[in-house]
Every structure is written in structure tokens, then in C-alpha cells.
Write a protein that binds this ligand. Structure first.
Ligand code: PLP
Length: 464
């Protein structure tokens, strides 16, 4: 696994970060006694300690010491409309007062699913879950039940949550092997394929008869950090349809972001099933499986009885909980009726250009790239010859692009940017909302300029 390394103790960047954030340091001292590594999500790991954020609004958030940051975590991608959109707040507050869990079916879940069906092309029927991981678990169960086959094809580096079936090869064990604690027999049921060329997967699907489904991030691994070659998804759609294998899009990030109808609407390719989370629940916890009626009907009591098939089981205390449903309806109505998605995409294109321009002006051999409202930074830890003006991630391949996170460089880059009031994700990259604006872009670009200068002073910029 690409492990974030420890930041050096004699770094000015780290010293400045420590000086700006004593409130975060103090909270971390308490947290490290409570949580492994002091954190509650592996992605939030940062040496010497992560930033503690006390409030957020729009495109910004404020740390425990009161500094503000342009936020590119975006609630791990859940906040296409930015923090605290008034319509979402109003809907959640109204619902909190009249019932947080009704222990019953309710109107909001119906309106929520109607919106999902209106927006997402494959969504003939919908089932809500509490997270993307749960939706991923369910979709694979459905695929196996529907086809009567056991094997799942996944792609190296594509992330589908943290349950046992999808762990190997997603963030570690790229060369094979069983992640610690995971059942080897489950790992054996996945076939993890390369994503730089579709031919081996097409061949596999032509040859084998034991494959239930192919699941992928339609953006390419990690919301496009490792882009797919042109024609990849079209070829998968063609061969899966021909061979009776289900095609599943993981639209946990791309859903309602790549376009109002997700990557499937943007690409014009409809999968058999799709999983959704993050934006689908308006920034509150939630997820969904959506797809073909005949497959989803395996969850239906009457349909399975009539077909003399065993019903697929599904429970979950917080499925379609009213607070998430209220937030989701408010958010998805905005996605459906405004240009929120398009605005975020446009802002992000300008942001990527501005960051790229800084790299060119500063002579930094890195890359900035991405699709829709995502950006990725390739900080070139291996010191390859890279021209930021013409950077093409397709030329580098999986290992190099995923290796962007290796070593102490990314941690230092993040802290250098935080010192300038910008918070990016550790991939490194970020997700942008419909309310980020030109002021945010300017702060980010100038922050990046100062960050790369600080990194250069510490001999962290390699290659050229
Ligand atoms: C593409 C993708 N699939 C699935 C998941 C899992 O979703 P959750 O964190 O809601 O379990 C994530 C989470 O980041 C994701 O990015």
C-alpha cells in the first residue's frame, strides 16, 4: 500500500503548520488516546497530525484555530452544492423536528427515489442503503443471485468501499495476495484486471462462463486519477451484454457530478446496475443501488414468489432515513433543475488551468489533470521528465499515477497548501462544488505557487 511517510522534523513547512494549528494539535493529543492513529477514516491520516475543522460554509471551512481554507475535500465528495446549502439545511431542520426515524415507510423516500429515477438512466428501480460500501455489497449480492454465477471482475485500483469482497487490489495488494483480516476465499472470487487496456478483460469475458458482473469506476480509478483509455467502457458494455454478464457502474463519486445523470448520462452508456452514495444523500449518510427492474425484482417479495426464486435479503436500520431523504430531495432537486453540475465543472476547468499555469511559470515538473469537477495533482515523486504544459496521465500508467502518493512529499504538499488556506485530499487532488468561485481559484493558484516554492526550498521537487 502507498503509505504516507513521516514528515521530516526539520521542515519549515511542518513547523509553520504546527505554529498555525495548535488547536488541532491539542485535539489530536486527546484523539490519539481514543482512536488508532487518532483518526476515524484512513484518508484523514496526516503526520504529525490532521487538521481539525470546526465549521464550514459554501466553499470554505474553518479550523480549530479559526483559519479558513478553500475546501477541496467537499465532504469526501458528497457536497456538490458546497457546505450548508440553505435549501438542504432548511429541509434537514424541518425533518429533524418532526421525526428522525419513523420506523416505517414514508413519503420522503418515495420522492427521493423518484428523483433518482428521473436523473439516473439505469434506475428503473432503487433500493436505499446507509453508505456506498453497503450499496457495493448489495449490488454484488444481487449480481450473483441474478446470474447464478460467483465471480466478479474488478479493475486494479478501483475503489468500491471497504467490505471484504472489494478490498484486494483496490488500495493495496496490487500484485495479488490477501489483505490482512480478509477471507482468502472471498478474495478468490474477484478477478482484478488491468485498466490500461480493455483487451485482456474482453478476452476473459469471452472465455469464461462463471462471471456474474464487471464493476468499475466509470471515471477510472479514484475518480479519474488513473483515467481509462478511450473506448474502454464501450467495449465492456458490448462484451458484457453479449455474454450475459452484468455491467455495474460505481457512481458513488461520479453520480450527479459528472453530469446530473452521472457518468452514465455523460457517456451515453447505460449499465445494468449502478451504485450511488455521497451526493445522492445530499451530504448526509446514505447510498443506493439502482438498476434494471428484472434484477432489482430479486429484492421483491411478490416478484420472487411469482418467479419461484429465492428473494435476496436486505435489511438496514438507517436505509432511507428521513434526515438523509430530506437532504437528498433538496439537493437532487437543485441538481435536476439548475446548472449546479455544469457550474462546478466550469469552475474546475478554470482551476486546473490556473494550477497548471503556476507549474509552468515555476518550472515544476508535475501534472494537473482531471474530468468534470475533479482535479488531480501528479507531484512526480520519482522525478520523471514531465512537462506540466503538455502533461498526459495516459502516458504514465497505473503504477506511476497511483504512486503519486508515495513518500512524505504529499503530506508536505498538503501542509504547505494548508499554510496558504487551501485543503486538498491526499490522493493528491480534490473535488469542487458549484459554489467555488474565482476568489477560491486565485487563492488556490497563489497558494500552490507559494507551496511549490516552499517545497523546492526543502529539495522536495524532483525531475524536470
Ligand atoms: C467510488 C467509490 N465507491 C464506493 C465508496 C464507498 O462509499 P462509502 O464511503 O459511503 O462507504 C467510495 C468512497 O469514497 C468511493 O469513492
Amino acid at each position: 500500500m502507498a503509505m504516507p511517510a513521516e514528515a521530516s522534523t526539520n521542515s519549515t513547512i511542518v513547523a509553520d503548520y504546527r505554529a498555525r494549528t495548535p488547536g488541532s494539535a491539542a485535539l489530536f493529543e486527546r484523539a490519539r488516546e481514543l482512536f488508532p492513529s487518532g483518526i476515524t477514516h484512513d484518508t484523514r491520516y496526516l503526520d504529525p497530525y490532521p487538521l481539525y475543522v470546526s465549521r464550514a460554509k459554501g466553499s470554505r471551512k474553518w479550523c480549530a484555530d479559526g483559519h479558513d481554507y478553500v475546501d477541496y475535500f467537499g465532504g469526501h465528495g458528497a457536497l456538490l452544492l458546497g457546505h450548508g446549502h440553505p435549501a438542504v439545511i432548511e429541509a434537514v431542520q424541518r425533518q429533524a423536528a418532526i421525526g428522525t426515524h419513523l420506523g416505517a415507510s414514508h413519503e420522503l423516500e418515495v420522492r427521493w427515489a423518484e428523483l433518482v429515477r428521473r436523473l439516473v438512466p439505469c434506475a428503473e428501480k432503487v433500493r436505499f442503503t446507509s453508505s456506498g460500501t453497503e450499496a457495493s455489497h448489495m449490488v454484488l449480492r444481487l449480481a450473483r443471485a441474478f446470474t447464478g454465477k460467483l465471480k466478479i471482475v474488478r479493475f486494479i485500483g478501483h475503489f468500491h468501499g471497504w467490505h471484504d469482497q472489494v478490498v484486494a487490489g483496490s488500495v493495496s495488494h496490487y500484485e495479488g495476495g490477501v489483505p490482512v483480516g480478509v477471507l482468502p476465499s472471498i478474495v478468490d472470487l474477484s478477478i482484478v484486471m488491468p485498466s490500461d487496456n480493455v483487451a485482456p478483460t474482453v478476452e476473459l469475458l469471452e472465455q469464461r462462463d462463471d462471471i456474474a458482473a464487471v464493476i468499475l469506476e466509470p471515471s477510472g480509478a479514484s475518480w479519474g486519477q488513473v483515467p481509462l483509455p478511450p473506448g474502454f467502457i464501450q467495449a465492456l458494455r458490448e462484451v458484457t451484454a453479449r455474454r450475459g454478464v452484468l455491467l455495474v457502474f460505481d457512481e458513488v463519486i461520479t453520480g450527479f457530478r459528472w453530469s446530473p445523470g452521472g457518468a452514465q448520462a455523460a457517456l451515453g452508456i447505460t449499465p445494468d446496475l449502478s451504485i450511488l452514495a455521497k451526493i445522492v444523500a445530499g451530504g448526509l449518510p446514505g447510498g443506493a443501488v439502482a438498476g434494471r427492474r428484472d434484477i432489482m425484482d430479486l429484492l421483491d417479495f411478490a416478484a420472487t414468489r411469482a418467479a419461484k426464486r429465492e428473494k435476496v435479503q436486505h435489511q438496514g436500520t438507517y436505509n432511507a432515513n428521513p434526515l438523509s431523504a430530506a437532504a437528498a430531495i433538496a439537493a437532487l432537486e437543485i441538481v435536476a433543475t439548475t446548472d449546479a453540475c455544469g457550474r462546478a465543472n466550469e469552475t474546475t476547468a478554470r482551476l486546473r488551468d490556473a494550477m497548471r499555469q503556476v507549474l509552468v511559470e515555476e518550472g515544476v515538473p508535475w501534472g494537473v489533470y482531471g474530468d468534470a469537477s475533479a482535479f488531480h495533482i501528479f507531484p512526480n515523486p520519482g522525478g520523471l521528465p514531465v512537462d506540466p504544459a503538455s502533461f498526459d496521465p495516459q502516458k504514465l500508467g497505473f503504477k506511476v499515477l497511483k504512486g503519486a502518493r508515495d513518500g512524505a512529499l504529499v503530506g508536505k504538499l498538503r501542509m504547505a497548501l494548508m499554510n496558504e488556506g487551501v485543503d486538498i485530499m491526499p490522493s493528491p487532488g480534490g473535488l469542487v462544488s458549484s459554489v467555488h468561485d474565482g476568489v477560491d481559484i486565485d487563492r488556490t493558484a497563489e497558494g500552490l505557487r507559494r507551496a511549490v516554492r516552499a517545497l523546492r526550498a526543502e529539495r522536495e521537487i524532483r525531475g524536470g
